[in-house]
Design a protein. Structure first.
Ligand code: HEM
Length: 151
């Protein structure tokens, strides 16, 4: 992302995040409206999850110019998500829900800002999916280690 794109995302995030839990609660509302099948994977009471989600997003927005530093922790988060039942395609729904939430809450919005947000969210999701893939590869290796030779 260019420094200007990062500045624009940070500014709109600052406006949206001024009221705690506003972004997270809107995000989950949007997500469960477009993907109601995901609701049972989450706890009934979302209060503490909303806090974790907002902390994660805040950390990423702060580090948009140094995303490599967060890659490993996002990969770990993605590996955990496999065990919570998240499938790769669910991340598309999550990205769109997060865009819809920011769009609804940001005082100003335009096509370019939306594109910057989409890029920023994709930069979160890609390492999460990498982590999910590594998790699967580790299980494949563990299983293969106990497997007799085939050929
Ligand atoms: C932008 C992408 C996403 C981000 C940044 C994100 C972030 C997080 C964070 C920070 C937590 C809390 C982790 C903890 O408590 O240690 C969490 C939990 C969770 N996430 Fe995500 N998530 C994303 C996408 C998804 C998707 C696509 C699903 C699809 C099912 C999902 C399902 C869950 C579930 C089920 C939990 C655990 C709830 C529980 O505590 O039982 N997340 N997520």
């Amino acid at each position: 992302m260019t420094p200007e794109a990062i500045r624009q995302v940070r500014t709109s995030y600052g406006e949206v995040a001024a009221r705690p839990r506003q972004l997270a609660s809107r995000f989950y509302e949007e997500l469960f409206t477009t993907a109601p099948n995901l609701r049972p994977l989450f706890p009934g009471d979302l209060t503490s999850l909303q806090g974790h989600f907002e902390a994660a997003i805040a950390l990423v927005i702060r580090n948009l110019d140094e995303m490599r530093a967060l890659r490993e922790s996002l990969q770990k988060l993605g590996a955990q998500h496999v065990h919570w039942g998240a499938r790769p395609e669910d991340y598309v729904a999550a990205r769109e829900a997060l865009i819809a939430a920011v769009r609804a809450l940001a005082p100003e919005w335009n096509g370019r800002l939306e594109q910057h947000w989409r890029t920023a969210i994709t930069a979160i999701i890609v390492p999460m999916l990498e982590g999910a893939a590594v998790d699967a590869a580790v299980w494949a290796e563990r299983l293969a280690a106990g497997m007799p030779e085939i050929d």
